[in-house]
Design a protein around this ligand. Structure first.
Ligand SMILES: *[C@@H]1O[C@H](CO)[C@@H](O)[C@H](O)[C@H]1NC(C)=O
Ligand SMILES: *[C@@H]1O[C@H](CO)[C@@H](O)[C@H](O)[C@H]1NC(C)=O
Ligand SMILES: *[C@@H]1O[C@H](CO)[C@@H](O)[C@H](O)[C@H]1NC(C)=O
Ligand SMILES: *[C@@H]1O[C@H](CO)[C@@H](O)[C@H](O)[C@H]1NC(C)=O
Ligand SMILES: *[C@@H]1O[C@H](CO)[C@@H](O)[C@H](O)[C@H]1NC(C)=O
Length: 452
């Protein structure tokens, strides 16, 4: 995974430049929040998730309009039962942590989500929109740059702002297994081992995915967290091509007609008519009396003849179905489903929360034993099943943790503080939008050598 970690939103730190100059020498990562950037070249997109902490009580539909995401898909992504009456108007409590399903595209050579628009209200500032309303998923500098705002103090009420949001695809795989990536904003009490534990992955995997040189994280960093998922094999002309459902959750597709689930027993996507499917086209398999999701099993001397009617994608308003039969050694048990939760009304805080000690990276890829507690004062969904990661994946296949920071180390030995001042300013003047880390550093080195 060729990815890079870049500083973003550093400009406001200019004032403190001299104060932090020495810290920069020791560790550039210290000065600004990092987020993982995935370079991309093609125009395809993928499903991704945002980890969002509600800044206030919000109806499900309000969260939906904040991100321009179907409220039902937010509920199903969090395994919340959608059959509750008037569920879209259910009020989710402040500080609740939920996953928002988004589409991740390739814009100006990097992965991001650019379909979210925000209409400003009185008393909004760029930083209140970034830090509070969007809970740190975007920085005020990124909003300012995405909208070419010259003077952030002059925001018009009712102005529509593009809100660029972080996401990664990494080919829909993690260590060659299907995965969907969650953009996770690091909270003050988080440790990397705590995050790895919470999402059933390893410190090593998180470090590989995020091209981290060391396991230090700080509040405001945005990590790409791989979640094991069920991948679909719909044809490329299907409108839900590439649908991927994280373990332990559901997705709604085909104009709310079909619901697909993933887990808990295996990572085979299972689709069936959605509970509220009303005016939907036929969901019966051709030349059969089986409906979408029906499986029949017939024991014979040769084994178990399993016939199933499965979902094959949504094409031009038509639900594709596939009838298939195969011989299996044993007949399958009844289909298992991820447990559904009632719409949350309170934020369940971890009662036995204690600050985890500093992560001890032992290189073995397993979380430190002390990570048995889930550090989560920001709240989590009651009973949210942690998604499991590829256990024992101690090394990424082809990850090259060559971040801008690691490349910078040789420069730290240049004694002239003046050079460093220029250097740091130069880094800060780069926006996420304009370039990727590697070219930054190359240009930077060229600048230094032509200066001296
Ligand atoms: C991308 O994922 C597919 C399976 O989904 C895999 O066959 C392919 O090798 C992957 N490509 C890369 C570059 O990892
Ligand atoms: C087939 O699927 C439909 C819709 O999900 C369901 O109502 C019905 O009970 C299933 N029939 C069998 C035999 O599984
Ligand atoms: C399995 O059953 C289906 C229908 O029930 C039948 O069409 C198919 O020929 C059977 N396959 C085998 C290998 O017995
Ligand atoms: C969808 O419908 C349009 C026109 O109705 C047609 O041109 C197109 O080929 C159809 N696409 C598929 C995949 O069938
Ligand atoms: C999927 O989640 C369930 C719990 O909901 C867990 O038991 C299982 O191990 C997970 N599977 C994978 C492959 O992560």
């Amino acid at each position: 995974m060729a990815d890079q970690v870049l500083c973003s939103a550093c400009r406001s730190l200019n004032l403190f430049l001299f104060v932090i100059l020495t810290s920069i020498l020791a560790n550039v990562a210290f000065v600004c929040a990092k987020s993982t950037i995935e370079p991309c070249s093609n125009s395809d997109s993928c499903n991704a998730l945002l980890g969002y902490t509600l800044y206030t009580d919000l109806k499900v539909s309000e969260v939906g309009s904040l991100f321009q995401v179907d409220p039902i898909s937010i509920l199903t992504a969090n395994a919340i039962d959608v059959s509750y009456p008037d569920v879209e108007n259910h009020i989710l409590p402040s500080q609740l942590f939920i996953k928002i399903p988004i589409s991740c595209s390739c814009v100006d050579g990097i992965r991001k989500s650019v379909s979210t628009r925000y209409k400003t209200r009185p008393s909004d500032t760029l930083s209140s929109i970034a830090d509070s309303i969007y809970a740190g998923l975007v920085s005020s500098d990124q909003i300012r740059e995405a909208n070419s705002i010259a003077d952030p103090s002059l925001l018009d009420v009712g102005q529509t702002l593009v809100v660029p949001l972080p996401c990664t695809c990494f080919n829909g795989t993690d260590n060659s297994l299907p995965a969907i990536y969650l953009s996770y904003v690091v909270q003050p009490e988080d440790t990397l081992s705590g995050i790895a534990f919470r999402y059933s992955t390893t410190i090593t995997d998180l470090m590989d995915v995020n091209a981290m040189g060391n396991p230090a994280i700080k509040a405001g960093d945005i990590l790409a967290v791989p979640l094991p998922a069920c991948a679909s094999k719909f044809p490329s002309y299907a409108s839900d091509f590439g649908l991927i459902v994280p373990n332990g959750s559901y997705a709604i597709t085909a104009s709310h007609c079909v619901q697909c689930s993933c887990g808990p027993g295996n990572l085979n996507m299972y689709c069936m008519p959605a509970p509220f499917a009303v005016s939907c086209s036929s969901m019966q398999c051709k030349n059969s009396n089986l409906m979408l999701g029906n499986v029949t099993a017939q024991q014979s001397s040769a084994g178990c003849n399993v016939t199933s009617c499965s979902y094959g994608g949504f094409v031009n308003g038509t639900i594709l179905t596939t009838l298939s039969s195969n011989l299996q050694p044993r007949c399958p048990g009844p289909q298992q489903f991820p447990p559904l939760k009632a719409p949350p009304t309170t934020v369940i805080r971890d009662t036995n929360f204690a600050p985890a000690p500093a992560p001890q990276f032992d290189g073995s890829g397993s979380p430190a034993p002390s990570s048995g507690l889930i550090p989560s004062t920001t709240g989590s969904l009651p009973g949210l099943p942690p998604a499991s990661g590829p256990i024992g994946s101690t090394s990424g296949m082809n990850s090259a943790p060559s971040s801008a920071f690691s490349l910078m180390n040789p420069l730290a030995s240049i004694p002239a503080a003046f050079l460093l001042f220029i250097l740091v300013n130069y880094i800060m003047s780069f926006s996420l939008e304009q370039s990727t880390g590697r070219t930054n550093v190359i240009q930077m080195i060229q600048m230094i050598s032509s200066d001296s």
